[in-house]
Design a binder for this molecule. Structure first.
Ligand SMILES: Cc1ncc(COP(=O)(O)O)c(C=O)c1O
Length: 371
């Protein structure tokens, strides 16, 4: 099977997932009430070490819900990294507030606290560090800035379930954390998300807004405009089964990263994920950067890999390059977006697969781009 196509990502759905989803189906509780939602929320809060967890329909709605619960208004600003998935910036824009783009650290690919500092104003209401590709952002430096300016920190942990900052799991390091359970994430519910927090009032407000802000005193009376951002019991059943496996999933991702590190001919100018000594990465994506390949060279390299049956994907495009957020580029983000790409990593990827990918990467890199 060594010549079969290797996708970039693939969920692992086992017998336990099928058992619990079938049980949810058979119970008749197919919408947003049911024991699996309670179980998933309680289990995920326990896993993150937070007091509360609130399951939502996806990571994007989770981010929007968190910002709505902070009562963001037009005129407010929220600092987000220039290199992220677009949902981070869009969630800010949905509230009417303005996303302000900060540059990133070249090693962690996460928001650069020095850049954040230079962008803080009296309009800044929140900072959203994204734990990009599974590596945690430098939370102490950001917390210090947040505290000095009375600004909330919302962790976008969509890609970083189980990642640790100085021995603490992400999700409980700021006002709240937001996770995604899309099919390519560390654990999946198909579509789904989770908001984690230690703040009871914030949790209760987010919970009310998730359910159309229905009055607790009068059914079908709504004191403000809320949303339907709920998850279903069927999705939560899948989530409960996936959460049982999370340590195994993360262990395999670390193992896969180790295989890549020994198979790919790394140098100062050909780099894989860099991990700070204070971080434990979830290794959501394997990241490859080749300094001598420009954007066209990187894209040609990915095409050549595809021709050999190996899937890959480019890094995210920068927010500042997109029509709705257009502004002059930020140097580190812009460069990383041009040269970076992600290689396959998923639970069932074997050492032999990684050996094959490594051999193809090394061979192609020896022949591509300027010497
Ligand atoms: C950094 C980041 N934020 C937010 C999201 C949004 O999550 P979802 O796709 O579940 O809406 C994603 C992922 O897809 C993401 O990668």
């Amino acid at each position: 099977m060594s010549d079969s196509f290797i996708p970039i990502s693939k969920p692992f759905i086992g017998a336990r997932e099928k058992e619990l989803v079938l049980d949810a189906l058979n119970s008749g509780w197919v919408s947003s009430i049911g024991k699996y939602i309670d179980e998933f929320e309680a289990g995920f809060a326990r896993y993150c070490g937070t007091e509360y967890a609130l399951a939502v329909s996806n990571g994007t709605t989770g981010l929007h819900l968190a910002l709505a619960a902070l009562d963001l208004q037009p005129g407010d600003e929220v600092i987000v990294p220039d290199l992220t998935f677009v949902a981070t910036a869009n969630a800010v824009a949905y509230t009417g507030a303005t996303p302000i783009f900060a540059d990133i650290d070249p090693d962690t690919l996460c928001i650069d606290p020095a850049s954040v500092k230079s962008l803080i104003s009296e309009r800044t209401k929140a900072i959203i560090p994204v734990h990009l590709y599974g590596h945690p952002a430098d939370m102490d430096a950001l917390t210090e800035i947040g505290e000095a300016h009375g600004v909330h920190i919302i962790e976008d942990a969509a890609e970083a379930h189980g990642a640790e900052y100085k021995g603490r799991r992400v999700g409980g390091l700021g006002k709240c954390g937001v996770f995604s359970f899309y099919g390519n994430k560390i654990i999946t519910t198909g579509e789904g998300g989770m908001l984690t927090t230690n703040d009871r009032d914030f949790y209760l407000r987010a919970k009310r807004l998730r359910d159309h802000a229905m009055s607790p005193r009068r059914r079908y009376f709504h004191e403000e405009r809320g949303f339907n951002y709920r998850i279903t019991n069927l999705q939560a059943a899948l989530g409960v089964a996936q959460l049982e496996r999370i340590d195994d999933f993360l262990g395999r991702r670390a193992e896969i990263m180790g295989w890549y590190n020994s198979e790919i001919a790394i140098s100062d100018s050909v780099r894989l994920n860099r991990v700070k000594n204070w971080a434990k990465s979830a290794f959501w994506m394997v990241c490859l950067e080749v300094d001598r390949l420009d954007e066209a060279g990187r894209d040609a390299f990915m095409q050549a890999l595809k021709a050999r049956g190996i899937d890959s994907r480019p890094y995210f495009c920068t927010m500042s390059s997109m029509p709705m957020y257009k502004q002059p580029p930020l140097p580190v983000s812009a460069r990383k977006a041009r040269i970076g790409l992600n290689l396959p990593s998923y639970y069932e990827l074997t050492k032999r697969d990684v050996q094959r990918i490594g051999a193809d990467v090394n061979e192609l890199l020896a022949t591509m781009g300027p010497a």
